[in-house]
Design a binder for this molecule. Sequence first.
Ligand code: CMP
Length: 140
Amino acid sequence: MATNRTFTMIKPDAVKAGHTGAILAQINKAGFKIIAMKLTHLTPSVAGKFYAVHAERPFYGELVEFMSSGPIVAAILEKDNAVADFRKLIGATNPADAEAGTIRALYATSIGENAVHGADSDENAAIEGSFHFSADQMVG
Ligand code: CMP
């Protein structure tokens, strides 16, 4: 995957609360192009594999349970400087620290239920994007 791509998930809290449309509008307005997208409900096993990098963290069980608690929207986004610009758009992991106007400041309720995920590096964007999508499901 090219380095101008990032990977995101709109998490179960935000989907459940009906924020999917507003979040996608904010993502588009910030200049990101959607290359691939799906609504899906992760099983605990798939959520556990996706977050395997956090397996040793104390919050891993809670994270896997939450991420498999309802539907999510997974997407690959394209823009110059995608990874860094998207992390700026979503704000800090803990919504209490997120800058006003960021997606997490607007929609997240806690550090665990924080509305959206954004890849933290080009390498992880590629790994996470291909975890959810095959090449023929990506446009452009
Ligand atoms: P995300 O960007 O999806 O990557 C890992 C996730 O772990 C993170 O967002 C948070 O939702 C979650 N997380 C990080 N720290 C904590 C914590 N202290 N307690 C619960 N969940 C956490």
